[in-house]
Design a protein around this ligand. Structure first.
Ligand code: SAM
Ligand code: SF4
Length: 335
C-alpha cells in the first residue's frame, strides 16, 4: 500500500483543490481586472493530465477533491473529467468530489454533476440585488445564477452559498441573505476579502468588513451558537438557533488556522501551492510531461513537493496596511 502524504509538520494531506482553468465568464472586481490576459491554452493541463494528477493524489490518500478555477464549468469538456473521477468515488478511495462555482452554468450541468457523484456544491453569490450583482461581477447576471441554484437543488445537490463580505456593498443585505438561505435550506459562508491580485484603483482595506463585526450584527437578531465543527481549513462555524442554519466564517486574515491545514492547491498549469498565502510551489507539470514520466516519477515529485509545505501564512491586516500581499490572482490558485 502507498504511504499517505504527511507534511513536515505531521499534517496529513487529504484534501486537494484543483483549479481547472484560469478563465471565467465573470470579472468580479475583487478577483480579476476587467481586461485579464489568460494563459495560452497549451499551458493548461489537459483533461487527461488532470485525471492522471488527481488519480495520483487519490492513490496517496487524498479523499476530498474540490474543483475550482477561474470558473470550472466554462472549461470545455470538464464534464468528462467529472465523469472520469466517478470511478474513484465508486472504489471508495475518494470520499467527496465537489466544486466551487459562480453558478452561471449550473442550469446546464447540475444533473450531470449529480450523475457523476457530486453531492454538494459551493456557489458564490455576494448580493441578491440585480444591479449590484452586475456591478460586482461586471459580466454576471443574477437571474441566470438564480436559475442555476434552482437547477442544483432540483438535481439533489446540497448547496452552500459563499459570500464575500464587502463593506459598504453587502453589509445591508446580511439579514436578507441569511433569511433567503434559510428559506431555501442552504448554509452560507462569509469570506473576508483577501489581498490577492493587483489592487488597482480599489483599496481592499476600504472594502474590509471584519467578520467579527458581521457576527456581532447577526447576534442582534439571532441566537448565535458556536459550533466546534472544523473543516481543516480557514472556516469556523456557528448555528443560528432560530433557523438551525449553519453559518461559516472564513477569516484567513484574523485567525490562524494553519495548524490543522490538510490541503494543497493545484493550479491549472500543474503548479502545486502548498499554502494559499505563501509563494512556495512545485511545478508538477514537468513530471507529468517528461517523456520518461510514469506514476512512480509523478508520485516522487508530489512527495518532494509536500516536503515544502510551510507551517503557516503571513497575511496581516492588523497594522492597517496590507502586508503579506500576494501578487497571484485567486483565479490562478483557485479560491
Ligand atoms: N469562479 C468560481 C466562484 O466564483 O465560485 C470559483 C473560483 S473563485 C476564485 C472561488 C472563491 O474565491 C469565490 O467564492 C470568490 O468569491 C472568492 N474570492 C475571489 N477573490 C477573492 C478575494 N480577493 N477575497 C476573498 N475571496 C475571494
Ligand atoms: Fe470568476 Fe469566481 Fe473570480 Fe468571480 S470570483 S471572477 S466568478 S473566478
Amino acid at each position: 500500500m502507498t504511504v499517505s502524504l504527511i507534511d513536515p509538520f505531521q499534517r496529513a494531506i487529504t484534501y486537494l483543490r484543483v483549479s481547472v482553468t484560469d478563465r471565467c465568464d465573470f470579472r468580479c472586481v475583487y478577483c480579476m481586472s476587467e481586461n485579464m490576459t489568460f494563459l495560452p491554452k497549451k499551458e493548461l493541463l489537459t483533461l487527461e493530465e488532470l485525471d492522471r494528477m488527481c488519480s495520483a493524489f487519490i492513490g496517496m490518500g487524498v479523499e476530498k477533491l474540490r474543483i475550482t478555477g477561474g470558473e470550472p464549468l466554462v472549461r470545455r469538456g470538464i464534464m468528462n473529467f467529472f465523469k472520469s473521477m466517478t470511478r474513484h468515488l465508486e472504489s471508495g478511495a475518494l470520499k467527496e468530489l465537489t466544486l466551487t462555482t459562480n453558478g452561471s452554468q449550473l442550469e446546464k450541468y447540475a444533473a450531470d454533476l449529480y450523475a457523476a457523484g457530486v453531492r454538494r456544491v459551493n456557489i458564490s453569490l455576494d448580493t441578491l440585488d440585480e444591479q449590484k450583482f452586475a456591478d460586482i461581477t461586471r459580466w454576471g447576471r443574477l437571474p441566470q445564477v438564480l436559475r442555476g441554484i434552482d437547477a442544483a437543488q432540483s438535481a439533489g445537490l446540497r448547496v452552500k452559498i459563499n459570500t464575500v463580505a464587502l463593506k459598504g456593498f453587502n453589509e445591508d443585505e446580511l439579514f436578507r441573505l441569511t433569511e433567503w438561505c434559510a428559506e431555501r435550506d442552504m448554509d452560507i459562508t462569509w469570506i473576508e476579502v483577501m489581498p490577492m491580485g493587483d489592487l488597482g484603483n480599489e483599496n481592499r482595506l476600504d472594502q474590509y468588513w471584519s467578520l467579527k463585526d458581521l457576527r456581532a450584527t447577526l447576534a442582534e437578531q439571532y441566537t448565535v451558537i458556536d459550533s466546534t465543527e472544523r473543516s481543516g481549513g480557514p472556516a469556523r462555524y456557528v448555528r443560528l438557533e432560530e433557523t438551525g442554519q449553519k453559518i461559516g466564517f472564513i477569516t484567513p486574515l484574523t485567525h490562524n488556522f494553519c495548524e490543522s491545514c490538510n490541503r494543497v492547491r493545484l493550479t491549472c498549469t500543474g503548479e502545486l501551492y502548498m499554502c494559499l498565502g505563501q509563494e512556495d510551489m512545485a511545478d508538477l507539470r514537468g513530471a507529468l510531461r517528461d517523456e520518461k514520466s510514469d506514476e512512480t516519477m509523478l508520485e516522487g515529485a508530489i512527495r518532494d513537493a509536500i516536503r515544502l509545505k510551510p507551517k503557516g501564512h503571513d497575511f496581516d491586516y492588523s497594522r492597517q496596511e496590507v502586508s503579506g500581499q500576494m501578487s497571484r490572482h485567486m483565479s490562478h490558485t483557485g479560491g
